[in-house]
Design a protein around this ligand. Structure first.
Ligand code: RB5
Length: 143
């Protein structure tokens, strides 16, 4: 199960991402926002981050205007490794090396075509089995 959320600045892209997830057969839960009315991104980020940290969802996707506020807020929740990605290479690497569990994107930064490719790279890549990456991720958790 994938937890997804956006503020008003990421609302349009979230609709595209949800269509894409549906087409790919992924189950997802939409934590809002549910219209284009102005709202506060930390509230959505915390709901999605807790859904992932508490084990209700395996991964999360958060979208705001830049993706920055969402990533800052999500990373405050213990156990969350939220990665702001604007390219496919970073999306793949953050899964392989950092075992990122939330993908953040900025609707005002990436176009819908690239965003869907970033989503695919994030969802289709597993964490590396290499010991050094596991060791480093554990060290993030100890901070
Ligand atoms: C909302 O105007 C905007 O600040 C928000 O979508 C996001 O970009 C924050 O980081």
């Amino acid at each position: 199960m994938i937890a997804i959320g956006s503020d008003h600045g990421g609302y349009e892209l979230k609709q595209e991402v949800m269509k894409h997830l549906e087409a790919r057969g992924f189950e997802f839960k939409d934590y809002g926002c549910y219209d284009r009315k102005s709202c506060d991104y930390p509230e959505i980020a915390h709901m999605v981050a807790h859904a992932v940290a508490d084990g209700h969802c395996e991964r999360g996707i958060l979208i705001c205007g830049t993706g920055i506020g969402m990533s800052m807020a999500a990373n405050k929740v213990p156990g969350i490794r939220a990665a702001l990605c604007g390219d496919c290479f970073s999306a793949r690497m953050t899964r392989e090396h950092n075992d990122a569990n939330i993908l953040c994107m900025g609707e005002r930064v990436v176009g819908p075509g690239l965003a869907l490719m970033i989503v695919d790279a994030f969802l289709d890549t597993e964490h590396s089995e290499d010991e050094r990456h596991h060791r480093r991720v554990s060290k993030i958790e100890q901070i």
